[in-house]
Ligand binder design. Structure first.
Ligand code: C5P
Length: 239
């Protein structure tokens, strides 16, 4: 597998072409950004730990039959993935109220959503990723109704798998963001699942173990991400 020219650079990852047209390399950067990149930092080791955690989640989801762009981990900070046509809609699943929903709707933090909420956001930095509804998706021709139904179905399945798994390992899955892509006729999970894109709270202490540490200066980011990885890998004394 040959790494070729850069195809796209985002805030946290770079996509490179390979010598195979249907496969690309996703490189995890050490950059951390928050609040539309108003807050930025280079955090040594973040790329490696996010690649490790994302690989762990993609493998877990593959075992449970969730289709994704993931092929394999290539190196400490690189993953081989299928090239997909990204649907420019961010899908957020919420089990407990935190973050933007608390601010936007005045819902009390930690309010439980049962069934979980599924929300859509337009993936557009210039517009600050505004929240949208299904009708906006169709009006803007971003995806077809059957594709939206599939994204919702997969998002809720992924939530059940991850929520249960995290709970067994001492972590509350508060909320997370997913992106999906088209691979031929199939809708597959794309992008990443990591502490950059999820809210994880320690079941016992309530400590934030995700990017909120960086957003709100709650503590060392790598220390939190390492706790997530240790719990996932079962290296802790079982909570
Ligand atoms: O900011 P908000 O509360 O809407 O975020 C919900 C979840 O989605 C959080 O876990 C956050 O990390 C994630 N998210 C993300 N990328 C975005 C927006 C939200 O990963 N652009």
């Amino acid at each position: 597998m040959e790494k070729r020219e850069k195809l796209y650079e985002g805030k946290a990852k770079i996509i490179y072409k390979t010598d195979e047209p249907d496969k690309v390399i996703m490189e995890f950067k050490d950059s951390a950004t928050a609040f539309d990149a108003v807050k930025k930092a280079e955090i040594k080791g973040k790329g490696v730990i996010n690649n490790t955690i994302a690989t762990f989640f993609f493998e877990l989801l593959k075992d449970k039959g969730i289709p994704s762009h993931y092929i394999k981990k290539l190196s400490d900070n690189e993953m081989l993935v299928y090239k997909v046509d990204i649907i420019p809609v961010e899908v957020v699943v919420r089990n407990l109220a935190a973050g933007s929903i608390v601010k936007r709707l005045g819902i009390k933090e930690k309010t439980e959503f049962n069934p979980p909420l599924v929300e859509f956001y337009l993936k557009n930095d210039e517009l600050h990723d505004p929240i949208i509804c299904e009708q906006h998706i169709y009006a803007m021709n971003l995806a077809k109704p059957e594709e939206v139904a599939k994204m919702k179905e997969l998002a809720l399945k992924i939530n059940e798998i991850l929520k249960e798994f995290m709970k067994e390992n001492g972590i509350i899955l508060v909320d997370f963001k997913l992106e999906f892509g088209r691979k031929g006729d199939e809708i597959v999970l794309a992008d990443e699942i990591s502490p950059d894109t999820c809210r994880f709270w320690d079941i016992k202490t309530g400590e934030s173990l995700d990017k909120d540490r960086f957003r709100f200066d709650l503590g060392d980011l790598i220390e939190g991400y390492k706790k997530v990885l240790e719990k996932l890998e079962g290296n802790n004394e079982k909570n």
